[in-house]
Design a protein. Structure first.
Length: 233
């Protein structure tokens, strides 16, 4: 999919965030919120909790892969910076605001992906000590599953804290820095982006191929996993 002439300016600014990245971002909002809600809704919602966990895992793995082969500002190499760049940004000495993630936002992206990946991965092995367990429960012992379940629950608390900080940061940028980040993640366009910093294509075909490959790999792994029975005593 081509979004127009290379680096084309539009009334809403230049295109910075590609379509796959934006769709992934908002789908993660839905799947994470849904997984959290179904976890506390009771055991009858476990199947939905499980499905939302699968979706989250596919989306996170895709985002990590997209960080290497995606469009310019989606790539980790374009926004990950060292400690000195982060300190300079915090002190207001970093110069012009980058078109993509700023050095502090980059840390948030990496932390969020790491926690989401850990959460979704441990869920594959976890159990509720009643009747439900993740699809990979049969590959490990009950003791190991219980440990991973504890980590799964503890990590969910860290994830909630990070999500809260993320929301606060967005509000702070809107109120103090006068930079509205949410509309940019909807339209993909940002104002005040210099010529040559925008992107021309969202590379949707490549993104769909990667998502399909990840989903098929996960489905095959789940199908190959041995069945396990939860030991209640």
């Amino acid at each position: 999919m081509n979004d127009g002439p290379p680096d084309a300016a539009a009334p809403g600014g230049r295109l910075v965030w590609d379509l796959p990245l934006r769709v992934t971002h908002w789908l993660l909002v839905v799947t994470v919120a849904g997984a959290w809600a179904t976890h506390y809704a009771g055991t009858q919602w476990f199947e939905w909790h499980e499905r939302l966990g699968y979706a989250t895992l596919v989306l996170v793995v895709f985002r990590i892969a997209w960080g290497f082969v995606g469009t310019r500002h989606a790539r980790f190499a374009s926004f990950l910076r060292g400690p000195s760049a982060i300190v300079a940004y915090l002190r207001g000495r970093a110069g012009a605001e980058p078109a993509g993630h700023n050095p502090l936002g980059a840390l948030s992206v990496v932390a969020m992906l790491a926690l989401l990946l850990f959460q979704a991965s441990t869920g594959l092995f976890a159990n509720d000590e009643i009747a439900n367990a993740g699809p990979f429960y049969g590959w490990i012992s009950q003791e190991t599953s219980n440990r991973l379940t504890g980590l799964h629950e503890a990590n969910s608390e860290l994830l909630l804290i990070l999500l809260g900080l993320h929301a606060v940061a967005i509000a702070w940028y809107a109120a103090v820095r006068r930079r509205r980040l949410v509309p940019a993640m909807v339209t993909g366009r940002k104002d005040d982006v210099p010529p040559g910093e925008g992107i021309a294509s969202s590379r949707v075909g490549l993104a769909l191929a990667i998502v399909a490959a990840i989903a098929v790999a996960l489905a095959l792994a789940i199908r190959a996993a041995p069945e396990g029975t939860i030991a209640l005593f």
